[in-house]
Design a protein around this ligand. Structure first.
Ligand SMILES: [Zn+2]
Ligand SMILES: [Zn+2]
Length: 261
């Protein structure tokens, strides 16, 4: 059985000096690969360094919508930074009207710049959306995000929103939230979507799944996310793992030799 973690932040302080142990526990849980997600350009070199050092870690480049002080992000800068064999996606990007309020036009402009960069360099998008589903889908349509494709990460919206993203050619990724007791409606979304469009992630160090809820999350725990989705879909863990791992390899274009670790 081979699982992957499609979204984690291993450059964060929680993992400082602990990467070898985190990788060992990943291996012990059958988690072969992880995608390390950039949130600012200042921290991007640390994310890339992980992907350059460890063969089963890959990276993205982008600026998260929750960082207002990063200023204007230009598509051409993202394209230049993405021109590296270990960079497999643009993001995370998107809209977050939950954490920040007020005039968020800068957030929408930043999202548009990321979509343009993804189209220009031919790499998929990692999209974060919170309390902003309508604007997120509208901007994705207006900017032709479907041409780049990508994933709606840490999905918490309705089935209608998920289906709209899938119709645009996107994947939908579920985090530990799907294991939480009060997440019944999200489990319905995870049950209803086509299997070939589902990914699993941790968003570590955040959102540790049950039974680790409240602790520092890590890629090994993606197994609990996969177990929950397998159970609600009436599949074995192996079948769910095989499908989501194949989806990950296809979306982020891992070559056959890269899939073996
Ligand atoms: Zn996010
Ligand atoms: Zn994230």
């Amino acid at each position: 059985m081979q699982l992957v973690d499609s979204h984690c932040h291993l450059d964060f302080d929680e993992f400082r000096d602990r990467i070898p142990a985190v990788l060992a526990s990943m291996a012990g849980a059958g988690v072969s690969h992880a995608l390390c997600i950039s949130v600012t350009l200042a921290e991007f070199p640390g994310v890339l360094a992980l992907a350059e050092r460890y063969p089963n870690l890959y990276a993205t480049v982008g600026v998260h919508p929750d960082y207002p002080d990063e200023g204007e992000i230009r598509a051409e800068d993202l394209v230049r930074l993405a021109d590296h064999p270990r960079i497999r996606a643009i993001g995370e990007t998107g809209l977050d009207y939950y954490r920040l309020t007020g005039d968020l036009e800068w957030q929408r402009q930043r999202f548009r710049a990321h979509i343009r960069a993804a189209r220009a360099c031919g790499k998929p998008l990692v999209v974060h959306t919170r309390a902003a589903a309508e604007d997120t889908l509208r901007i994705m349509r207006e900017e032709g995000a479907g041409e780049a494709g990508g994933v709606m990460h840490c999905f918490t919206e309705t089935l209608e929103v998920a289906r709209a993203a899938v119709d645009m050619g996107f994947h939908v990724s579920f985090s530990g939230i799907v294991t939480f007791k009060n997440a019944g409606s999200l489990r319905e979304v995870a049950k209803a979507l086509p299997l070939e469009r589902i990914l699993v992630e941790t968003d570590a160090p955040y959102l540790a799944p049950v039974p680790h809820r409240g602790k520092v999350n890590e890629p090994a725990y993606v197994r609990h996310v996969a177990e929950t989705i397998a159970a609600i879909r009436g599949l074995s863990l192996e079948a769910l793992a095989d499908a989501t791992t194949a989806n990950f390899f296809r979306l982020f274009r891992l070559t056959e030799s890269e899939t073996l670790v």
